[in-house]
Design a protein around this ligand. Structure first.
Ligand SMILES: Nc1ncnc2c1ncn2[C@@H]1O[C@H](COP(=O)(O)OP(=O)(O)OP(=O)(O)O)[C@@H](O)[C@H]1O
Length: 760
C-alpha cells in the first residue's frame, strides 16, 4: 500500500491528477482515479492538484501515537527544512512541544547529513567516468528505480541523511529505540519501507501531521519554554534543504560555471536532467537532483503560507543563529564506529506492454477517431495526445470514456434518443388516456361523470373501486384534470409491479447508503408529484409497513425516505384504486382499518361493462377510431352480427378487453369492416345461440339475463377444457384477472380439478 490514497467518494473524475502526474501512475477505473503504487514516485503532485482533496497522504499520526504509548523510547528527528515551517516559534519551543507529546529525545536531521560527509568525499575521489547522482531525494531514487533503470549505476550507493541518522540513533541507544522522522517530504514514507533501509526509521510524519498532533493536545508552542536538542549539533548540514545546500553540506566545491557539478530542483528540471543523463547528452561528474521546487523546503507535506524565497531566507537565518539550545546526550558524544551508510538500488521498473498499430487504431475508432483530423489532441483526458490516451487504454490505465469530445457526443446522442423515447412514451400515453374522455351515456356512466365533477376541484382523497379494466385509472385522470392541480403532474403507480422494498423507495425515496446500491440520495414519487396528484393503483396489495407510511402521508402530509430520519412535507392529493374487497381485508386483518377509513372518504365504484351495455356501441366506435389511427388503417364500420354477439358476451375483462378485441379485429379485417369472424371464436358461438333474432331495446334486458349465466358458464368450461383445468392459465387466456376467474368459477360451481384430463 502506497503513501498516497484516494478517498473514492470525493473523486469527481476530472482527470487533473492524470494530467499532472509526471510518470502516469494514475489509473482510472469506472468510479475513481487511483494511484498505482508500483509506478508512483511519491512526489505528491496529485495531492496538490486535486481540487476535491480526494488524494490524501497516508496518515501516520495513529502509528506515531501507538509508538509513543508503547514500552520503548521514541526519538523525534526534525527534518532539515523545519525552520522554514515552524518559523513563528523558537526551535527550543518546538523541542518542548515534541517532548510534551512524549518524545524522549529530539534531533536535527541536519546532523544525519553530516554523517555522510566522509562517504561523499570518498566516493567522489574514486576514479570513474559515469556521472554520479545523489541519492538523498527519495522521489529521484524512485524515479530512477521505477522509470529510468538505465541510470541505476549512476546512483551514489549511499543511504539518505534520514536513514543515516535513524541508524546512528539506534546504534547508540539500542535497536529497541523507535525513531520518528518529521519533514515536509512524503516520499520518505515510501522510502522507509524499502528492504535495503528497513528498520532505520519507524515512521515518517509530515509537518502538517505534527501540527495536527500539537493542536489536538491544545499545545500553543509560542507559550512554551525552551528545551534543548539532544543529538549532535550540526553545522553546514543545516543548509542542506535549500538550493545548492547539499554541496555546501557535503563540502563539495561547486562552481556556477563548472559543468562538472550540477545541482537542480523542481519537477521540470529534474525530469529534463534525468532525460539528458539517460540519453548521455551531458556528462557531469556529480549531479544533485531534488524533485521539489526549491529543494526540501518545497515538499508537499507542508503548509503553503510562505514563498520558496522567504523559506530559503529562514534557513539561512537559522544557519546563522548562535542560540539554538543544545545538550547533546552523553551516549552521542562517545567516539565509536559509524553505522553502515552504504546501500544498493534495484530495478523496479514494470514494463507495460505496448500496443501494436492495429490495437491503437481499434481503440481510436472506439472513441470516434477514424481519420487523423479526428485526433484533436485536446488533452482533456489527461494525456497529451489521443494516441497516448489510446496506449493508456490498452495498458488498462485509462478508459475510452475519458475522451471529452467523445463523451460529449455520446451524451448528446443519448439525450436525443431519450428525448425521442420520451416523445414516443408521451404519445402512447396520450393514445391510451390523453385523447379519451370518458365515453358512455348509460345511467351509471353519467353518475360517475357527475361524481368526478363534484369531487375533482376539492382536495378530498378518492377511492375508486371496480373490476379490472373498468376505467379506474381513466377516472383518476379525469379527477386530476378537473382539479386545481391539473397543471401539476399526475403520477400513476401500480403497486403490484414492484417488490415491496422497491415500492417503498420508489414512493418515498431513499437516503444514500440506505441499502446496497443506494449510491446517492434519491427523491421518491411523492416528491415528484409535489403540487399534483398521485394515483396508487391496486392499493389493496401493499404491505402493512407501507400502509403505515401512507397513513403518515394522509394524516400529516409528510413522507420519510428509506434510511432517513427527517420527515419531508409533501403537498400531494391521493387517489387510490383497488379491485379488492377492502372491508374483508379489514375483517381478516390484512388491511389497516384506520387507513381504510382515511381512504374511503369519497368512493367511486366503477360498474362492470356487462352492466352498462347500452354504451357498448358508442365505446366500440370510439375504439375503432382509435385503432384506425394506431394501426394506420381506415376502418369504416362493424357488422351488426358482431355487435349483437358482443352484447351477449359477459366481458370479464371489461372495457380494456373490449378495446383489445377491437384492436385485434382491426388488424385482422381484410376489407376495413369488422366482421364477426374477426372476433375471438367465442363471439361466433354466441351469435349461433342468437338464432339471428334482432334485439330490440325493450327485450334486451330479459334476453341478456336469460342467456348470460349459460354463456358465462359455457365459456369458463371451454377455457378450463383448453388448459386441462389450470385456472391461472385459463384466466390468462381469457385475459381476465385470476381472482375474477375464481369468483366466476365459484358462481357457477365449477372447479379446475374437474377438467384435469381434458387438456388438448
Ligand atoms: N368509459 C370509458 N370511456 C373510454 N375509454 C375507457 C372507458 N373506460 C375505460 N376506458 C379505457 O379502457 C382502458 C382500461 O381502463 P383503465 O386502465 O382506466 O382501467 P382500470 O380499471 O384502471 O384497470 P386495472 O384495474 O386493470 O388497472 C383504458 O385504455 C381506458 O382508456
Amino acid at each position: 500500500m502506497g503513501p498516497i490514497k484516494t478517498v473514492k467518494e470525493r473523486c469527481r473524475k476530472c482527470y487533473s491528477c492524470v494530467r499532472n502526474c509526471p510518470v502516469k501512475a494514475i489509473k482510472v477505473n469506472q468510479n475513481w482515479a487511483e494511484v498505482i503504487h508500483e509506478r508512483c514516485i511519491g512526489c505528491g503532485k496529485c495531492i496538490r492538484v486535486c481540487s476535491q482533496q480526494a488524494k490524501v497522504i497516508a496518515d501516520c499520526i495513529e502509528e506515531t501515537q501507538r509508538l509513543l504509548g508503547g514500552q520503548n523510547d521514541v526519538v523525534a528527528v526534525l527534518g532539515c527544512s523545519f525552520p522554514a515551517f515552524f518559523n513563528d516559534v523558537r526551535p527550543g519551543q518546538l523541542v518542548t512541544g515534541l517532548k510534551r507529546l512524549g518524545f524522549k529525545e529530539v534531533h536535527e536531521g541536519a546532523s544525519g547529513v553530516e554523517l555522510l560527509v566522509d562517504e561523499y568525499a570518498g566516493l567522489l575521489n574514486q576514479p570513474g567516468d559515469a556521472p554520479r547522482i545523489t541519492t538523498h531525494c527519495p522521489t529521484i531514487v524512485d524515479l530512477i528505480e521505477r522509470h529510468y533503470p538505465q541510470l541505476l549505476r549512476n546512483l551514489m550507493p549511499l543511504v539518505s541523511p534520514m536513514v543515516a541518522i535513524g541508524r546512528f540513533i539506534k546504534a547508540r541507544r539500542g535497536k529497541q529505540t523507535r525513531v520518528v522522522y518529521i519533514s515536509s517530504c512524503i516520499a520518505g514514507k515510501f522510502e522507509i519501507e524499502g528492504e535495503q533501509v528497513a528498520g532505520a526509521i519507524d515512521t515518517v510524519l509530515t509537518y502538517r501531521e505534527l501540527g495536527q498532533m500539537l493542536r489536538e493536545r491544545s499545545f500553543d508552542l509560542a507559550r512554551l519554554p525552551d528545551s534543548t536538542f539532544d543529538g549532535l549539533m550540526p553545522q553546514r548540514g543545516r543548509l542542506f534543504p535549500i538550493s545548492g545546500g547539499p554541496y555546501q553540506a557535503f563540502g563539495v566545491k561547486d562552481d556556477f560555471f563548472n559543468p562538472e557539478y550540477l545541482a537542480t530542483e523542481g519537477e521540470q528540471n529534474a525530469l529534463e536532467i534525468i532525460k539528458d543523463l539517460s540519453a548521455r547528452r551531458i556528462n557531469p561528474k556529480l549531479v544533485d537532483i531534488r524533485f521539489c521546487n526549491g529543494g526540501c523546503i518545497g515538499g508537499p507535506g507542508k503548509n503553503n503560507r510562505l514563498t520558496t524565497f522567504s523559506k530559503r531566507n529562514l534557513i539561512h537565518q537559522y544557519f546563522q543563529n548562535q542560540e539554538i539550545p543544545y545538550a547533546t546526550a552523553a551516549h552521542y558524544q562517545q567516539v565509536s564506529r559509524s553505522p553502515e551508510l552504504r546501500r544498493s538500488f534495484s530495478n523496479k521498473h514494470t514494463r507495460l506492454e505496448l500496443p501494436g498499430g492495429q490495437s491503437i487504431r481499434q481503440i481510436l475508432q472506439s472513441t470516434n477517431k477514424f481519420v487523423e483530423q479526428d485526433e484533436l489532441d485536446c488533452g482533456a483526458c489527461g494525456y497529451a495526445t489521443c494516441r497516448e490516451h489510446a496506449v493508456a487504454v490498452y495498458q488498462g490505465l485509462a478508459e475510452g470514456a475519458m475522451c471529452l469530445p467523445y463523451s460529449l457526443k455520446r451524451l448528446e446522442e443519448d439525450r436525443f434518443n431519450l428525448a425521442q423515447k420520451y416523445e414516443l412514451a408521451q404519445r402512447a400515453l396520450a393514445q391510451e388516456y390523453g385523447e379519451s374522455e370518458i365515453v358512455g351515456k348509460d345511467q351509471r356512466t353519467l353518475e360517475i361523470l357527475s361524481l368526478i365533477k363534484q369531487v375533482g376541484p376539492t382536495p378530498t382523497t378518492v377511492l375508486i373501486r371496480g373490476e379490472s379494466g373498468t376505467g379506474k385509472e381513466l377516472t383518476a385522470r379525469a379527477i386530476h384534470q378537473t382539479s386545481h392541480r391539473a397543471e401539476k403532474p399526475l403520477v400513476a403507480v401500480n403497486c403490484t409491479t414492484l417488490t415491496d422494498s422497491l415500492l417503498e423507495s420508489e414512493l418515498f425515496g431513499h437516503k444514500k447508503g440506505a441499502f446496497t446500491g443506494a449510491i446517492a440520495d434519491k427523491k421518491g414519487l411523492f416528491e415528484a408529484a409535489c403540487g399534483g396528484t398521485i394515483f396508487l393503483d391496486e392499493i389493496g396489495d401493499i404491505t402493512p409497513k407501507l400502509q403505515a407510511e401512507l397513513l403518515r402521508v394522509l394524516d400529516h402530509g409528510e413522507i420519510k425516505p428509506v434510511g432517513g430520519n427527517t420527515p419531508i412535507k409533501v403537498d400531494v392529493r391521493l387517489i387510490a384504486a383497488t379491485n379488492k374487497n377492502l372491508e374483508r381485508g379489514v375483517a381478516e386483518g390484512w388491511f389497516r382499518e384506520d387507513l381504510f377509513y382515511r381512504l374511503n372518504v369519497f368512493t367511486i365504484t366503477m360498474p362492470p361493462l356487462r352492466s352498462r351495455l347500452e354504451s357498448l356501441q358508442e365505446l366500440v366506435h370510439m375504439f375503432l377510431d382509435r385503432s384506425s389511427k394506431r394501426i394506420n388503417k381506415t376502418i369504416v364500420g362493424i357488422e351488426d352480427r358482431a355487435i349483437n354477439a358482443m352484447l351477449r358476451y359477459p366481458w370479464p375483462g371489461n372495457i380494456r378487453e373490449l378495446q383489445n378485441i377491437i384492436e385485434r379485429a382491426s388488424v385482422l379485417t381484410q376489407d376495413n369492416i369488422i366482421r364477426l369472424e374477426n372476433l375471438p371464436v367465442v363471439f361466433a358461438e354466441l351469435a349461433l345461440n342468437d338464432k339471428g333474432a334482432a334485439l330490440n331495446q325493450s327485450d334486451f334486458r330479459g334476453q341478456r339475463e336469460k342467456h348470460l349465466g349459460h354463456i358465462e358458464k359455457g365459456l369458463l368450461k371451454r377455457y378450463l377444457e383448453q388448459t386441462g383445468g389450470n385456472v391461472s392459465e385459463a384466466a390468462r387466456k381469457a385475459q381476465i384477472p385470476r381472482r375474477t376467474f375464481y369468483r366466476l368459477l365459484d358462481r357457477h360451481g365449477l372447479k379446475g380439478g374437474d377438467f384435469k384430463a381434458e387438456k388438448r
